[in-house]
Design a protein around this ligand. Structure first.
Ligand SMILES: Nc1ncnc2c1ncn2[C@@H]1O[C@H](COP(=O)(O)OP(=O)(O)OP(=O)(O)O)[C@@H](O)[C@H]1O
Length: 250
């Protein structure tokens, strides 16, 4: 469903992503983790066809991704790490706009929109201008817009930031059900407990390079004694000092 082959991105002298190889299967919930600045958003933007790789290639749903592959982009979806929406639109206008971009049929739009708006309890706010929304309300609106057209592949860049606990739980349940239906989810998050709970496989990157890739059990087995994802993460991202300090104190 998602294949990255030798994917690299440099900005001037700086290498943001280096030689990433990933294959995410149909029906898989894949968590892509790494410290701040490790290259997660850069990777996701290249996978989504929003950013040209310096080297390497991407295939989504068996097709080569490029910046102009509009038909392919209709089958996928993206929740960016900041919910930037034009403030002068109401929630309703934003969702209508998204539905028109994806050419959704009226009945399908009505059904999916109602389901998702009810799930995130945003119904009373849809007539309000987005500029009057809180951060969490904007985040909910972006997530609704991204899920509405039932994409086969969804990329979510830190989707849980700003969501309240109930909305977080709803999103978590939605995504786990969504992959059970044969769709594919690529998720970045700093909430390791979320990845631990819902991811089928986990990839940890550091300074743009893959440091670990596998199921939690596989990662743990490769690093004997390290059981939690937090321990594994701190160890493989070179934060051993922080890890060892904490464990020597206890
Ligand atoms: N447009 C840009 N121009 C120059 N450097 C950039 C640009 N975008 C990202 N970078 C650099 O690339 C590296 C990776 O950034 P990226 O945003 O992919 O990290 P991230 O893992 O998503 O971080 P975070 O967890 O903080 O969101 C960082 O060093 C960042 O400074």
């Amino acid at each position: 469903m998602i294949t990255a082959i030798n994917l690299s991105k440099t900005y001037g002298e700086k290498t943001a992503v280096k030689n990433i190889n990933i294959e995410v299967k149909k029906g898989e919930l894949f968590a892509y983790l790494g410290p701040n600045g490790s290259g997660k958003s850069t990777t996701i933007k290249m996978l989504m066809g929003l950013l040209e790789p310096t080297e390497g290639s991407v295939e989504i749903l068996g097709e080569p991704m490029d910046l102009n592959n509009i038909e392919l982009k209709r089958k996928i979806s993206f929740v960016p790490d900041t919910p930037d929406i034009i403030g002068k639109l109401t929630g309703n206008e934003y969702l209508n706009f998204v539905a028109s971009v994806y050419k959704m049929e009226a009945n399908e739009y009505e059904k999916k929109r109602t389901e998702l708006v009810d799930m995130f309890e945003l119904g009373n706010d849809l007539g309000t201008l987005v500029e009057e929304y809180s951060h969490g309300m904007r985040q909910k609106l972006v997530v609704i817009g991204a899920l509405m057209h039932s994409p086969e592949v969804i990329f979510l860049d830190e989707p849980n930031v700003g969501l309240d606990p109930k909305s977080n739980r709803e999103l978590k349940n939605y995504l786990t059900d969504y992959v059970k239906k044969g769709n594919t989810v690529f998720l970045t998050t700093h909430t390791l407990s979320l990845a631990e709970e819902i991811a089928d496989r986990i990839c940890i990157i550091y300074k743009g390079e893959i440091r670990a890739l596998g199921t939690l059990e596989e990662l743990s087995a490769g690093l004997d004694g390290l059981k939690t994802l937090e321990d594994i993460f701190l160890y493989v991202t070179g934060e051993e000092d922080a890890y060892e300090e904490e464990h020597s104190e206890s």
